[in-house]
Write a protein that binds this ligand. Structure first.
Ligand code: PMP
Ligand code: GLU
Length: 406
């Protein structure tokens, strides 16, 4: 038998998405009857908006499910144009929009369009797990910028210090996965201005921008620059996954300067072609619908955030800065174990609770716990964690028909 042919250097340097890997591991354990509690997931459990489902079914029923233009259907582009006007106060044309198979693909294609081998891609810590890997797949060098713990975002000076002659892209994510924190308008204004002066592209990952609590607002890039979409050097990335609970539909988009969108669309035309036709029809209906499902999701998540944060804060030694949005709590567990991967593994093995280790987001000692699943799971998961970490507590813990020992 011949040996497996060697992999490319890029493939050799890329690991699987830890968040998706944990999703699969939890589903497998559950299917095997294990009382696993999954606090690692990153998708709302509510149903897709009824109008989106109906639109998808209606198209499917025609049996005419064809390729769409590589950058998306005119109807989907128009829905993104309306969204941009509503939430960003900017009027744009169809040549400013590319629709993708999820925001993930939009981000990846943006990096492929902007990054030359060895170029630097700068982003703040804590960052979403896929950013460093995406930068590498595009041939770039990821440059994480450490945060200022007080402000829970990097200082402008730290961002400035990270920019070099090789910097091509700055990626920002507000509201942030995993911290749930909103980047301040002052920070955004300074960083955007700095990038514009140096001709550095800005990628704004806005996938959680509407999922904020306490009546707060996530300042957006166009509140921080007077320039038009064609002149600002900014790509806004978003999608239906989180705000409409439509993760499996795989629809996202990029809005930005026409020449960059054109280059991205050319790349996408070879990579995958247009996104799924049925999913685009469903997404149009979600975007143009009455938005009640988003309001319900938001109210539900805010209540879950309150309960989850209260429970976590009740564990002596755990430090949490309450998230302003998203569906994650990112908490400091370093008082128990500075090695977040080891602690997460201990949670899984000893009490069958899945969390995502902070190291995956560039912050050692932290764990990310999602509250987008059932509150029963959140309560039970945190009860088990509290028990495991409280060495003086009761000698054993029962979960259904399973007894855990330390
Ligand atoms: N950005 C962030 C910060 C995310 O958490 C996710 C979640 N998967 C994405 C982008 C991509 O989302 P999707 O591909 O499902 O649109
Ligand atoms: N973005 C989610 C998360 O961080 C979903 C998983 C993924 O796409 O990586 O958990």
């Amino acid at each position: 038998m011949s040996a497996t042919p060697p992999l490319s250097a890029t493939a050799g340097s890329i690991g699987a998405s830890v968040t998706l890997k944990l999703n699969s591991a939890a589903a497998r354990m559950r299917a095997e009857g294990e009382p696993v509690i999954h606090l690692g997931g990153g998708e709302p459990k509510s149903l897709a908006p009824a109008e989106a489902v109906a639109a998808g079914i209606a198209l499917l029923k025609t049996g005419e499910v064809r390729y769409t233009p590589a950058a998306g259907t005119p109807a989907m582009k128009d829905a993104v144009i309306a969204y941009t006007e509503r939430y960003y106060d900017r009027r744009i044309g169809r040549d400013n929009v590319m629709v993708s198979a999820g925001a993930k693909q939009a981000i990846m294609v943006a990096l492929m369009a902007l990054v030359n081998p060895g170029d630097e891609v700068v982003f703040p810590v804590p960052y979403w797990v896929s950013y460093p890997e995406m930068a590498r797949i595009a041939g770039g060098v990821p440059v994480p910028v450490p945060l200022d713990k007080e402000a829970y975002q990097p200082t402008v000076a730290a961002m400035a210090a990270a920019l070099t002659a090789r910097t091509r892209v700055v990626m920002l994510n507000s509201t942030s996965n995993p911290s749930g924190k909103i980047l301040s308008q002052d920070f955004l204004t300074e960083v955007i201005g700095m990038c514009q002066d140096r001709g550095i592209a800005i990628l704004m990952d806005d996938i959680y921008h509407r999922l904020v609590f306490d009546g707060r607002h996530t300042p957006h890039c166009y509140e921080c620059t007077d320039k038009s979409v064609d002149e600002a050097g900014i790509l806004v990335l978003n999608g239906v996954s989180k705000q409409y609970a439509m993760t499996g539909f795989r629809v996202g988009w990029a809005v930005g300067p026409a020449p960059i969108i054109k280059a991205m669309s050319n790349i996408q035309s070879h990579l995958s072609g247009g996104p799924c036709t049925i999913s685009q029809a469903a997404s149009v209906a979600a975007l143009l619908g009455d938005q009640q499902s988003v309001d319900r999701l938001l109210a539900d998540l805010e209540e879950r955030r309150n309960q989850t944060a209260d429970l976590l804060e009740s564990i002596p030694g755990v430090e949490l800065l309450r998230p302003d949005g998203t569906f994650y709590c990112f908490a400091d567990f370093s008082a128990f174990d500075a090695d977040s991967a080891r602690l997460s593994q201990r949670f899984l093995e000893k009490i069958q609770v899945v969390t995502v280790p902070g190291i995956e987001f560039g912050m050692e000692g932290y764990q990310r716990l999602s509250f987008c699943g059932g509150m029963g799971d959140v309560r039970e998961g945190i009860r088990r964690i509290r028990w495991l970490l409280n060495e003086d507590g009761a000698p054993e813990l029962k979960a259904g028909d399973r007894v855990f020992t330390r």
